[in-house]
Design a protein around this ligand. Sequence first.
Ligand code: SF4
Length: 366
Amino acid sequence: MMKITFPHMGTSWIGFKTLLEGIGQEVVLPPPPTKHTLDLGTKYAPEFACLPFKVLLGTYLEAVELGADTIVSSGGVGPCRAGYYTKLQQRILQEQLGYDIRVITFEPLRRNWIGTYRILRDLVKVSFREFLGLVWLTWQKLLALDALERESYRIRPLEIETGTTSRLLTNAFADIDNADSVKEVKAATTANLETMRNIAVDPERKPLRVGIIGEIYVVLEPFVNLDVVETLGHMGVYVDKSIFLTDWTIENTVLDAFRVEGEMNIKDAARPYLPELVGGHGQNSIGETILYAKRGFDGVVQLAPFTCIPEIVAKSIIPKVSKDYNLPVLTLMLDEQTGKAGTSTRLEAFVDLLAMRRERLRGESA
Ligand code: SF4
């Protein structure tokens, strides 16, 4: 039996744990990233590496110390360096630091059906039928986690007692983690959505609406984005994340495997400003900004890792998009020096600006 770990990305560990334990492997849960994780990753990462690279490397080092002997991760393609990153992390762990660790990388299905089959044949210790059941259970858990999180975005800016939504959300995640069947997942989701909807709120508030765009790992992992979603929610802002893991999986695994084009709206919207793919989520960041403008959002926050070329390209184009669509955009460049207090201050100033802008627009239309 292998002792497997994997990247920590928001709450997705709940689903991956279910799948890996179910197929007969021992799981070493990746510890939630902390300052120590980042320091570790920064120490051994090349200087040019982006923040996700450093946090992931730090996570692997912590998990190896906890006994993991295998890392399961996903690869990538295109001009973004993500595709090479897993290999580079593997070299650092094995050659530079001398760890006896196996690294299993799932490449995009469309390029690698046979490789994926071989990996699964090695990993899966249960029957094909049981495996399919586990994939379905995992998928239901991931859908439930996203649904609960989406609901929290709606309620948090309206809550009367600050912090209630976050507390209930943490309990809800634990219930999904403890569910052993699809039936239990559905029951836990319904019960927790109901509990959240009963939180005491002020229905008179009209929260500002802000979209979050940027690179997938920084959008999905709260430690890396300095809890931007919760911070804005506690400032009374309704936040919408442009990326959820389940949407991304459908797009990049299922549709991509069968070469079906998805997200055409996003890419179509981006094309007049950025016609070619620049890797990562660069083109999406442009398209999503435009779609948020069309949906009447008050502003957009771009989360960009400091040396991430795709997001830097997007950042250079965003001022034009922002002007053409009259939509304020705040870019947060994130690296190991970025602090939570400074980020909160910048978010507060941005929210003040959006509130004044809304008042002005109201005055003009009255
Ligand atoms: S998209 Fe940017 S942040 Fe993500 S791995 Fe590539 S370079 Fe790093």
